[in-house]
Design a protein around this ligand. Sequence first.
Ligand code: ZN
Length: 201
Amino acid sequence: MKIFCIGRNYAEHALELNNPIPDEPVVFMKPPGALLVNDKPFYHPSFTSEIHYEVELVIRICKNGKHIQPEFAARYYDKVAVGIDLTARDLQSKLKSKGLPWELAKAFDHSAPISKFVPISKLKGKMDFSLEKNGEIVQKGNPESMIHSFEDLIVFLSKYFTLQMNDMIFTGTPAGVGKLEVGDQFRAFLNDRPMLNCEIR
Ligand code: ZN
């Protein structure tokens, strides 16, 4: 199972971190051990003092495919979840400044709390998602504001990688990312339905 992640897929988020808006998707990956499921708490690791939350829609691949053509891309995903791409921003800035890969900042254990997946067919075309920190909404978005749509991402990724059933794609975060602290309580919503709880310990 592969976990793809897309960086800078919402213009306002790219700008808040002073990054250019990319014309091709920015792609990185997390290993399966990054997933944190069943609303388990996240234990703050000691190698970083600045972890940012990034709430994202995560789509699940339902069919194997390579070189997927745009007109068929919609058939390759069927479910969506809400996930948080936890990012050690201090470490990432250091790595970026040296032109080094981001794995240490992005792919560490439990850096991807994720909800259960729900069938997209049940959502009536609506996928508004949001993140609440200690009872206050800090991020919200929906797929219409993405630079690269779900279909674009599938077409692009499948040029390089065979997409396989149960692979997932974290599709990028909207504006409003910020630092988390021990004791914070996060709740993520999809169409106002609570999907994910995560306590920082
Ligand atoms: Zn992200």
